[in-house]
Ligand binder design. Structure first.
Ligand code: SIN
Ligand code: MN
Length: 177
C-alpha cells in the first residue's frame, strides 16, 4: 500500500494546504479519486482537480479493498485523502462534514509512526478520549460517531520502521456527493 501511495504522490504531488486565515497546515496533502479535498484562502472544499490543474489519480485497489472490507455500504469511495505527517505535524480537532450523505462512513487507514488520535463527541468542547493509532490500524467514523470531533495531537517519532524516513501517512476514504 505504501508503494501505491508513493505512485499517487508521484502523479499528484503533496502540497501544503492553508487555512482561510492564511496559516499553513502542518500536514502535507494530496488525494486520489474523483475528488480531492483542498484548503486555501478561498476556503476548503472538494475539488475535481489538484491545485496544479491535473486530475487526481485513481484510488489504488489495495486501498479500495480496505473500504470494501469495513465500510459496510454499497457505494464506492470518491475521495482518498492522503495526509502526510512529519515528526511535528498535527491536526486540530474538527468534524468531517463536507460530504452530501452523512449516513455513509469515513474510513481512515494509518501507516507509519504511531499517532495520538483524540476523539470527542458531536458538540465542540465536550469530553474527548485519546487513542494511539498504530501502523495498519483502520478506524471507521460511522453511525453515531460519523460527526464526532477528531484530530491528531502528536506523533511518536521512530515508532514504526515502515517508512524509511519516518513520519506517518493517513488515508481517509469518503463518499462525497
Ligand atoms: C483527518 O481527520 O483528516 C486525519 C485523521 C488522522 O490523521 O488520523
Ligand atoms: Mn477528519
Amino acid at each position: 500500500m505504501v508503494a501505491d501511495i508513493r505512485a499517487v504522490v508521484a502523479a499528484a504531488p503533496l502540497f501544503t494546504p492553508e487555512t482561510t486565515h492564511g496559516h499553513k497546515m502542518s500536514v502535507r496533502m494530496t488525494a486520489a479519486g474523483d475528488y480531492g479535498w483542498i484548503s486555501d484562502r478561498r476556503g476548503y472544499r472538494y475539488a475535481p482537480r489538484h491545485p496544479d490543474g491535473g486530475v487526481w489519480p485513481p484510488i489504488p485497489a489495495s486501498v479500495l479493498a480496505v473500504w470494501k472490507a469495513v465500510a459496510g455500504v454499497d457505494r464506492a469511495p470518491q475521495c482518498c485523502l492522503v495526509n502526510w505527517y512529519d515528526d511535528h505535524a498535527r491536526m486540530g480537532l474538527h468534524q468531517d462534514r463536507d460530504e452530501a450523505d452523512l449516513s455513509l462512513p469515513v474510513v481512515s487507514i494509518s501507516l507509519g509512526d504511531d499517532a495520538l488520535f483524540r476523539v470527542g463527541g458531536i458538540d465542540r468542547g465536550g469530553p474527548t478520549r485519546s487513542i494511539w493509532l498504530r501502523s495498519g490500524d483502520v478506524a471507521v467514523l460511522g453511525g453515531a460517531a460519523r460527526l464526532a470531533h477528531h484530530g491528531i495531537d502528536r506523533l511518536r517519532p521512530g515508532s514504526s520502521t515502515l517508512l524509511p524516513k519516518g513520519g506517518r501517512i493517513n488515508l481517509t476514504l469518503r463518499v462525497v456527493d
